[in-house]
Design a protein around this ligand. Structure first.
Ligand SMILES: Nc1ncnc2c1ncn2[C@@H]1O[C@H](COP(=O)(O)OP(=O)(O)OP(=O)(O)O)[C@@H](O)[C@H]1O
Ligand SMILES: O=C(O)[C@H](O)[C@@H](O)[C@H](O)[C@H](O)CO
Length: 185
């Protein structure tokens, strides 16, 4: 029987904390980490910096790069040791999630893949507050409205591999990280 690799994609709109918690968990657990923000083609960064929301055609090459990076990591078993891989990606729409779910590996690959989406669910008010305070990031608060408009919330009953983490005003980074660690370990 093949060993499973678990891919944990931390998803949600801008400001939900994907990069913050993804980084810290990967450091703590020694898990390989693919930061989706780093894989945008430069026209996407320029668009977001200019306050213009991305559309499906902008996101296509970005999602492709994320999938390619995942395949690269999977192809080096010494990096994941057959365990988990963490990814950050907003994955706002069902079709993006379905695209990321389908990772075809070579026949001779000794692993099977299970893709999970960990949805950081926060209110617009809370994320607005965070983005107003966030410095040194191309994605500004003016894009939050369009992020919520594009979001197709994952539903645990209708989609496979969905984990929802509700984030409230008082939830510290460590509390959120502990919740995620509890479900991925
Ligand atoms: N639990 C938390 N409590 C308070 N602030 C937080 C918490 N988690 C993240 N933050 C802060 O909120 C801001 C947004 O977090 P982060 O950049 O990780 O979000 P993101 O989902 O990766 O956003 P984007 O998609 O725009 O890259 C950051 O300034 C971060 O320090
Ligand atoms: O899908 C999108 O519209 C974008 O990718 C944003 O959701 C991300 O948060 C971006 O990576 C900015 O940090």
């Amino acid at each position: 029987m093949k060993n499973s690799i678990h891919i944990f994609i931390i998803m949600g709109v801008s400001g939900s904390g994907k990069s913050t918690v993804g980084n810290l968990i990967s450091l703590e657990l020694g898990m390989p980490f693919i930061e989706g923000d780093n894989l945008h083609p430069s026209p996407n960064i320029e668009k977001m910096t200019a306050g213009i929301p991305l559309d499906d055609s902008d996101r296509k090459p970005w999602l492709q790069s994320i999938k390619e990076s995942l395949k690269q990591v999977i192809s080096f078993p010494s990096t994941h040791r057959g365990g988990g891989i963490l990814v950050t990606c907003s994955a706002l729409k069902l079709k993006y999630r379905n695209y990321l779910r389908k990772i075809n590996l070579d026949e001779e690959c000794s692993f099977s893949i299970k893709v999970w989406f960990i949805y950081l669910k926060g209110s617009r008010e809370l994320l607005e507050k965070r983005l107003i305070q966030r410095q040194d990031h191309f994605m500004k608060v003016n894009l939050l409205k369009s992020q919520f408009e594009a979001l197709e919330e994952p539903n645990e009953e209708l989609e496979d591999g969905i984990i929802i983490i509700e984030i409230g005003d008082k939830d510290t980074k460590n509390e959120i990280i502990d919740k995620i660690k509890f479900v991925i370990k």
